[in-house]
Design a protein around this ligand. Structure first.
Ligand code: KPL
Length: 304
């Protein structure tokens, strides 16, 4: 049988990390670049991975969608706001029934993808791997995390998941992937927008004062929505979990703060905006989250 070939859309820190991990495990993989990317003149990209105090070099194939066709196995590591357009751009090159694993923050795009591409076998993932892209093609694996993957109603891990279990990372299959996604979403809703608004590192949310009070108020509202949306399990002990993440990542700038500082769009539409929309649909008021959304929107949704 032909071995599987994974294609990775999104060549940022997470996409590059997974490309190196697949390469290290001897699993065929290619990073997909946009047509017109100047580096497409080469067929491989050398990526330096720094992890556990060691540096390893990986020669990862790069290709455009057209050159990669047919794509049977796709891992999507783009930002949430690029995901649907990125997938649409690859549509002509995707094999019928292609396996697609979505690994972006936030909620909302999963429904869009399922509705728009019902023929694809779409799965979701959530990771706590910490990776940063440094100058050039250098990726720093700042912390080993866990990556959970699953599909709605899929109890047993499919055969292709053995590739994920072969890489040098903790990867597990979850039957309750929606709860995993909801929990990560809830934690990101409590940390990312507030740190982006106040331009502070995650640790500032633990210092006694107005910010810490705000985290507690946001968590209370998020937990109410989680309960009402049928995700009660996902929001048990939410505030305590948020404070644990804040402690472990105290020195980090959240991904949303990094986006704001780099003048990129942010994932607010897939975090607080999705939460507020869900609350509105359920007829529940979430004043703290609404105020946060209003305060952030001019900065994170440039008009035009
Ligand atoms: O996932 C994160 C993010 O920044 O997106 C946290 C866990 C909040 C770490 O910064």
């Amino acid at each position: 049988m032909r071995s599987r070939h994974w294609h990775i859309l999104g060549a940022g820190s997470m996409g590059s990390l997974f490309a190196c991990l697949f390469d290290k495990a001897g699993i065929r993989c290619s990073l997909l670049l946009r047509d017109g990317d100047p580096t497409l003149t080469q067929t491989t990209r050398r990526i330096q991975l720094q992890a556990d105090g060691l540096t390893s070099e990986h020669s990862v194939r790069v290709a455009s969608g057209a050159h990669a066709a047919p794509i049977d196995y796709l891992l999507v590591c783009t930002k949430a706001y690029d995901l649907v357009d990125g997938l649409a751009g690859l549509q002509p090159w995707l094999a019928p029934n292609a396996v697609v694993v979505l690994l972006a923050n936030g909620l909302g795009y999963q429904q869009t993808v399922a509705a728009r591409w019902p023929q694809l076998a779409v799965f979701s993932g959530s990771t706590t791997e910490g990776a940063f892209r440094e100058a050039g093609q250098r990726v720093l694996r700042a912390g080993r995390g866990t990556t959970w993957v699953g599909g709605r109603g899929v109890q047993k891990a499919p055969d292709w998941f053995s590739d994920w279990q072969a890489i040098d990372a903790r990867c597990g299959w979850r039957q309750d992937i929606d709860a995993v996604l909801w929990r990560k979403f809830a934690i990101n809703c409590a940390i990312n927008p507030l740190t982006a608004l106040h331009r502070c590192r995650n640790g500032a949310l633990a210092e006694p004062g107005a910010l810490a009070d705000e985290v507690r108020a946001l968590c209370l509202e998020i937990a109410v929505i989680g309960q009402a949306a049928g995700q009660g399990e996902a929001v048990v002990g939410l505030y305590e979990s948020v404070m644990e993440v804040v402690a472990v990542t105290a020195n980090n700038r959240s991904s949303m703060l990094q986006d704001v500082l780099a003048k990129r769009p942010t994932e607010i539409g897939f975090l607080t905006a999705f939460l507020v929309d869900t609350a509105d649909a359920l007829g529940i008021d979430v004043p703290h989250n609404k105020a946060l959304l209003c305060a952030l929107q001019p900065a994170t949704h440039p008009v035009g």
